[in-house]
Design a protein around this ligand. Structure first.
Ligand SMILES: [Zn+2]
Length: 97
């Protein structure tokens, strides 16, 4: 859930889509940013914004969120899941390219 920037009500996205970063990060992971369009049912304000960020590693491991840039090398092979698990069908996303 995302909060309305105008009135603070919780709003779920009306529509979401993914934007895939063309370059993998230092660990070979591809960053998928999930964007959404929102419309507040409380005040009617509509906007677009980021819903979540998903990183998919070269062996299919998935991590969520940001701010893990300080992660040491050698840790990259460990699968790390944080927050709720969102199932992503990678083949579907790749077909959009
Ligand atoms: Zn609102």
């Amino acid at each position: 859930m995302v909060k309305c920037p105008r009135c603070g009500a919780e709003v779920s996205p009306e529509r979401t889509w993914q934007v895939i970063s063309p370059l993998p990060d230092a660990y070979g992971r591809i960053t998928i940013t999930v964007l959404g369009s929102f419309k507040c049912s409380s005040c009617g304000y509509s906007w677009k914004g980021k819903v979540s960020t998903v990183k998919v590693g070269p062996e299919g491991e998935v991590s969520f969120g940001e701010g893990r840039k300080s992660k040491k090398k050698g840790e990259a092979s460990g699968e790390r899941r944080e927050g709720k698990v969102i199932e992503v069908d990678i083949s579907d996303i790749l077909e959009e390219e």
